[in-house]
Design a protein around this ligand. Structure first.
Ligand code: ZN
Ligand code: CU
Length: 498
């Protein structure tokens, strides 16, 4: 009689392929799935009743800013309790190396206190392994960080030696196992890079399987051209492309995702592996400083990559040392401070330089059009300011897709949504034996109740865990049991294969 470490009995298995779900027992031995089927005679050290629940591969959050959070909060409960078993870090140009530049870049997004010293991307991954996070982590190198280290905030093209320094740092990242290169072309200093600079860097990845992910230069009036730029970079360099947090920002631009989805389809038809990720909300979130850099609350300049926003659209999320401002709109703060909106926002940034904001800027129709489209996978884009009022996407992204958009609104079938969160993401990011429920694959699994799974975090009270996520396994070890985190920290660094 077979005996396993773990046996999950009678669950409805969504295997990550998008195919028809089936009822089965799933057995785990060590860190991998040992058997799937009718395992009536078998026993296990831990038996879990999966009946009336769905069992899926653990969710892969392809767009995170958890580079330092994985070191600072290795339990990563804000992700595991939402069913996430793998985070891809290093997005939007904010990468983890070189170290000093990373402290400046990622430290601007979330507090960088207690981040250890390390050398290069290899050193970062070694620090991660020493910290033993509860979930798996894959890394992108960040163009903004590479550029900051090579040439500071210079608003010009790199000189030959500066470009070589960026190329060397990217080569080091790829050697260490980076899954790709990200850019953030609305941010300091990535916004100063011309298309040619990005092509030159992306070319280093040709033939390696690593991808180019981009926070586009413009998600507003220039959205269509900006998607075209990302596709052109991928085609010129010969690398796959990932459009980060696909959206149309600003009321004037709503509806433009119809065009960008068509651009993606035609590039795919030409043979380019181009896809996108999305978080399931009509509000975004970023540095308040970046909102100001975008020309917000001014009539004398055209809005930049975030589009036109009103003082009511922008709400302070985290304001380190100034908690009283958190949750207030710029309109409200302007009244409170007796300042014009732009001056009020500048006042916030002057007193809390790392302040982040939530920006209400998308249309519900666009969110659903992007979610429905087969090119879209799921990425939270959460900014892990656990003490402030982060965007609720940090905790709730996957549960909201499954509960709100799949069950309640019927935007896409459950098996398809699971595929977008698992097998699809694993294939794109080159994660071998992940994102699938199959004998021999790593036992990254989530058991959830499709009837009750739902996001519970709101903009007013974001620090709430979702409901309906029952058990979560990472590499065969249970990190969430009955909705509650265990002490297990079995996560691995996921390096690019080959
Ligand atoms: Zn971004
Ligand atoms: Cu991001």
């Amino acid at each position: 009689m077979a005996r396993y470490d773990v046996l999950i009995r009678g669950a409805t298995v969504y295997d990550g392929s998008g195919g028809v779900p089936f009822e089965a027992d799933v057995a785990i031995d060590g860190e991998r799935i040992a058997a799937i089927g009718s395992l009536d005679g078998a026993s296990a050290a831990l038996e879990v009743d999966g009946s009336s629940h769905a069992l899926a591969p653990g969710f892969i959050d392809v767009h995170t800013h958890d580079d330092f959070a994985c070191l600072q909060h290795p339990d990563m409960a804000f992700k595991t309790r939402g069913g996430v078993t793998t985070c891809i870090v290093g997005n939007c140009g904010f990468g983890a190396a070189p170290h000093a530049a990373a402290l400046e870049m990622i430290g601007a997004l979330a507090p960088a206190a207690a981040v250890p010293d390390y050398a290069g991307h290899a050193g970062y991954l070694a620090a991660l392994e020493a910290a033993r996070p509860a979930l798996n982590v894959g890394m992108l190198a960040g163009h903004g960080t590479l550029r900051l280290a090579a040439m500071g905030r210079a608003a010009r093209a790199p000189e030959a030696a500066e470009l070589r320094a960026m190329e060397d740092a990217l080569d080091e990242a790829l050697e260490a196992g980076a899954l790709g290169l990200s850019s953030g072309l609305i941010y300091e200093p990535g916004r100063y890079a011309a298309t040619e600079e990005l092509i030159a860097l992306a070319r280093r990845m040709r033939g390696t399987g690593a991808l180019y992910a981009s926070h586009l230069r413009d998600e507003a009036a220039g959205l269509v051209d900006a998607v075209g730029e990302a596709i052109a970079i991928g085609e010129a360099a010969g690398v796959p492309v990932q459009i980060s947090h696909h959206k149309a920002a600003g009321r004037d631009n709503w509806g433009r995702v119809a065009e960008t989805l068509r651009l993606i389809e035609s590039a795919q038809a030409r043979g380019l592996a181009v896809h996108a990720d999305q978080y399931p909300y009509t509000a975004g979130s970023t540095l308040l400083r970046a909102v100001l850099d975008n020309g917000a609350f001014r009539d004398d300049v055209a809005p930049g990559g975030i589009g036109r926003v009103t003082p009511d659209d922008v709400v302070v999320a985290a304001a380190p040392g100034q908690a009283g401002w958190e949750g207030q709109s710029i309109a409200a703060l302007a009244g409170l401070l007796g300042l014009a909106p732009r001056a009020a926002a500048e006042h916030v940034v002057a007193h809390a330089p790392g302040a982040t904001a939530i920006i209400h800027m998308m249309s519900e129709d666009d969110v659903q059009a992007v979610l429905r489209h087969p090119s879209t996978m799921i990425g939270s884009d959460g900014i892990p300011t656990l003490d402030g009022r982060p965007h609720p996407r940090l905790y709730n992204t996957f549960a909201r897709v499954l509960g709100h958009y799949v069950r309640d609104l019927g935007v896409l079938p459950l098996a398809e949504a699971v595929h977008r969160m698992t097998g699809f993401a694993a294939a794109k990011f080159g994660l071998v034996d992940r994102g699938t429920v199959r004998a021999g694959a790593f036992a990254d699994l989530v058991l959830f109740d499709p009837a009750t799974v739902i996001d519970r975090g709101t903009f007013e009270a974001p620090n709430r865990y979702p409901a309906g996520i029952v058990d979560v396994f990472v590499n065969g070890a249970r990190v969430v049991a009955g909705g509650v985190p265990t002490a297990a920290r079995p996560g691995r660094v996921l390096r690019r294969a080959g």
